[in-house]
Design a protein around this ligand. Structure first.
Ligand SMILES: C[C@H](O)[C@H](O)[C@H]1CNC2=NC(N)=NC(=O)C2=N1
Length: 106
């Protein structure tokens, strides 16, 4: 998150809300990217069909919420990075999508 007093989207997280929102995600396999304000996680599945099935379900929510992950898939593995491009960093939209991705994987 930037400290410069620029115009930022309304859902940019303030420090306290941000820490509260991020703590459970960081406990659940998400990490803060170094070098950019983004959350990343590697999801692993039994096989490609499970991985791609999960991606399909996540994609439907991403499209519904107009908030899209950066992700790549190799066989049973999906590497996800979440950040809000318009904000240049994390917003509530990333937290919401991260929680949904975890819920779809439980
Ligand atoms: C025009 C459209 O609303 C925007 O490009 C949306 C689409 N999905 C998006 N996804 C993410 N992660 N960040 C954005 O800023 C974003 N913007």
């Amino acid at each position: 998150m930037t400290d410069k007093n620029q115009k930022t989207p309304q859902d940019m997280l303030e420090r306290e809300a941000r820490e509260e929102a991020l703590a459970p995600l960081l406990d659940n396999g998400w990490r803060l990217d170094e070098g950019r304000d983004a959350l990343s996680k590697r999801f692993e599945f039994k096989n490609f069909v499970e991985a791609f099935g999960w991606m399909t379900r996540a994609a439907i929510w991403a499209e519904k919420w107009n908030h899209h992950p950066e992700w790549s898939n190799v066989y049973n593995r999906v590497d996800v990075t979440l950040t809000s491009h318009d904000a240049g960093g994390l917003t509530q939209r990333d937290v919401k999508l991260a929680r949904k991705m975890d819920a779809l994987n439980s």
